[in-house]
Design a protein around this ligand. Structure first.
Ligand code: NI
Length: 190
């Protein structure tokens, strides 16, 4: 089942999400399935639980669309539960990022190229792995979501000022988007 994606401006996107225990959320597999469906429906490569209104340390990624550039991404479809980034290393590189909660805005964001992360999969199996390049970037972007951060936080004061009105419009639902969203400041009927 597709869920509406929460738009910029909603407080749930600003909350540091809490870890989840296995018995606390028995329907986690259904939620994971719904999140993938929601993500594919919006042609995204990553989606975090706060983006569907659930403040939980969970995100899903599928970087298959990038496998032309990086063949090792062909099977990069994963579920990250209770993730903790252990280390980020290397010289920062810049990439033009977007976010399903912030449609129509893309900005260059600098991040370190290598990330070491500890997490559980949807079967509660523990993993500790290292990712680099685009895989690392997608993980870092989604990880920011469960920490209550957005890529727009990383922009220069000038860039932030330049997109301020657009961000305001997004929170009010004044944006062209072809997937279902929930806008925190929308007027009735929008
Ligand atoms: Ni995002």
């Amino acid at each position: 089942m597709k869920m509406p994606i929460i738009a910029y401006g909603d407080p749930v996107l600003r909350k540091k999400a809490v870890a989840v225990e296995p018995d606390e959320y028995p329907n986690i597999k259904q939620l994971v399935e719904d999140m993938f469906e929601t993500m594919y429906g919006a042609r995204g490569v990553g989606l975090a639980a706060p983006q569907v209104g659930i403040s939980m340390r969970l995100f899903v990624v599928d970087a298959t669309p990038f496998d032309d550039d990086e063949p090792e991404l062909a099977n990069f479809k994963k579920v990250f539960l209770n993730a903790q980034i252990l280390e980020e290393t290397g010289d920062e590189w810049s990439f033009n990022e977007g976010c399903l909660s912030i449609p129509d805005i893309r900005e260059d964001v600098s991040r370190k190229p290598v990330v070491r992360i500890s997490y559980y999969d949807e079967d509660w199996k523990h993993h500790e792995e290292t990712y680099k390049g685009m895989a690392a970037r997608i993980i870092q972007h989604e990880y920011d979501h469960i920490e209550g951060k957005l890529f727009t936080d990383k922009l220069s004061p000038l860039r932030k000022r330049l997109i301020e009105k657009k961000l305001n419009d997004i929170s009010r639902g004044i944006v062209d988007v072809d997937y279902k969203m929930k806008f925190p400041a929308a007027k009735k009927g929008r």
